[in-house]
Design a protein around this ligand. Sequence first.
Ligand code: GPP
Ligand code: MG
Length: 289
Amino acid sequence: MTVTTRRSSTAAAPVVSDYQQSVADYWNHEKNPVNLRLGEVDGFYHHHYGIGDVDWSVLEGPEDTRDVRTIAELHRLECAQAELLADHLGAVAPEDRLLDSGCGRGGGSLVAHERFGCRVDGISISETQVAFAARQAEKRGVDGKVRFHLRNMLDTGFESGSFRGVWNNESTMYVDLSLLFGEYARLLARGGRYVTITGCYNDTYGLPSREVSTINAHYICDIHPRSAYFREMANHRLVPVSVVDLTAATIPYWELRAKSSLATGIEDTFLTAYKNGSFQYLLIAADRI
Ligand code: GPP
Ligand code: MG
């Protein structure tokens, strides 16, 4: 396997593959208003989608404030998704430690810290995201407890058994699940909890649909089949405790996003993929045995 360390940073650079470097380059340059303007609402910058019913009244009323109302509504739905993920982390005590694997601009780490009061480590292979997330923690005065690191989720370098919980919020499609869950089996304490919210392709459809392939090309990712999650969890001491199909719950978010000025062009593809049954939005929680 070809690996490279061509990075310039004061932090120790993680070893990443050429593929991972191309993903890091994407996120180092990403500045989509659909992420930045939503984050500006309250300082929780998310890189995931939303769930729940839409308040369609945001599209009515004065046109000059429609964007502000729509942004607040999309952000509310993304925050609801982050809260649902945190609900599945189980009983986390203030002295516990959590890992936000593929932390983006850090919103989910801040949500978890606010809820549990514990130490949270967020990791990303994007220097820009790590620096951005660290600034948000500092602004909130929680940087003593919420720390961000430039690290590879497949080889984190953290101590074995040191985490009570680990999650991936829409980031597992960038990695090989066997390598990922092998690392989590090592990092999680016995009885610890793993949670992922992910888009996966539906095995009952067959192989990836045109829409799933379009989403892969859009984000430079490789969406896994649903079956791969359960197979690789079983292979790595992770026993599912909850599986929630969020497909129906995320469709309204995409419908509102498609009608907004913040649309990035991928909205209709997601809607078609969800509606033709080729793609599913799933939450899976598992215990480390
Ligand atoms: C959202 O990030 C998540 C991803 C890009 C990973 C792919 C997810 C799937 C479910 C397939 P984002 O919030 O940065 O995306 P966008 O800019 O489109 O809002
Ligand atoms: Mg987004």
